[in-house]
Design a protein around this ligand. Structure first.
Ligand code: NAD
Length: 271
């Protein structure tokens, strides 16, 4: 992952030197790419995730880029753990500037077969977890009088497919949450936006491919090839392509951009 982000980054900038970024889902594909991108550009990074080993590895990769980084084992559905993580980060570095809510899960059951646990678990992580994250972040960003929250929604937040009621609902809800928080924090100079990725090559999309493709008797790579063919740009995204837009939304170039849900999906959803 580190090698890929370093290779693909065309921007030779250090826009975030001295800033502090908190990233949930940092052990995953998109969260990890964001962590590395912010580290590459000089920010200190708090990696929050339930996958403790991968999270530790991500923090170590950030430190290899010359910044300070800490891995915090944090389940975003646990409000006390989220609040404690933000307090610990603010204590360590004296404040917080950038927050990326990327922790997420996908289950994908057809409506009539969907176990309650899929609905409740997906909403708990993708929506309530992001709510806890935004709420915990708000006082620190307000104190700074600046900063950014970027919530990772999905193209599924703007359109839908069969057998993804819980995922689409969670990601649409996250767009609504983003708009309201953006309005509350705008007077303090804090921007709040959502990024809506299309299919992006991470563990999650392979998991989706196994479930959805499996239903039609397709292998993971076969299903991914079909999704690439559906996309106007003819391919699936790489995580660093999402991270580049997230970094823009945290940068000085986007200070007048708030409350938006930006598709980064190769043209899949145009609105
Ligand atoms: N990959 C895609 O195609 C795609 C497309 C659109 C949106 N997204 C969204 O992007 C975000 C990142 O997904 P990804 O593709 O990198 O997937 P991923 O599976 O690689 O990463 C998700 C990370 O979230 C962590 N996580 C899950 N539940 C958690 C919890 N309760 N507390 C803390 N951490 C938790 C996982 O351990 C994992 O590290 C998700 O919100 C996902 O819904 C992904």
């Amino acid at each position: 992952m580190l090698e890929q982000v370093m290779m693909r980054s065309t921007v030779d900038s250090r826009r975030f030197v001295g800033k502090v970024a908190v990233i949930t889902g940092a052990a995953g594909g998109i969260g990890g790419a964001c962590a590395l991108r912010f580290a590459q550009e000089g920010a200190n990074i708090a990696c929050l995730d339930i996958a403790a080993n991968h999270n530790e590895q991500m923090a170590a990769q950030c430190r290899d880029l010359g910044v300070d980084s800490v891995a915090i084992a944090c389940d975003v559905t646990d409000v006390s753990a989220v609040d404690a993580a933000f307090a610990a980060v603010a204590e360590r570095w004296g404040g917080i500037d950038i927050v990326v809510a990327a922790a997420g899960v996908y289950t994908g059951s057809p409506l009539e077969e969907a176990p309650d646990a899929d609905w409740l678990g997906t909403l708990a992580t993708n929506l309530t977890g992001a709510f806890y994250t935004n709420r915990a972040a708000a006082p620190y960003l307000r104190q700074r009088g600046a900063g950014s929250i970027i919530n990772i929604s999905s193209m599924a937040g703007k359109t839908s497919w069969p057998a993804s009621a819980e995922y689409s609902a969670s990601k649409s809800g996250l767009i609504g949450l983003t708009r309201s928080v953006a309005m509350e924090l705008a007077p303090y100079g804090v921007t709040v936006n959502a990024v809506c990725p299309g299919n992006t090559l991470t563990g999650m999309v392979r998991h989706v491919a196994a479930i959805v493709g499996g239903r039609d008797g397709l292998g993971v790579d076969e299903w991914l090839a079909l999704r690439a063919r559906d996309c106007p740009m003819g391919r699936i995204a790489q995580p660093w392509e999402i991270a580049g837009v997230v970094a823009f939304l945290a940068s000085e170039d986007s200070r007048y951009l708030t409350g938006q849900a930006i598709e980064v999906d190769g043209g899949m959803v145009m609105s």
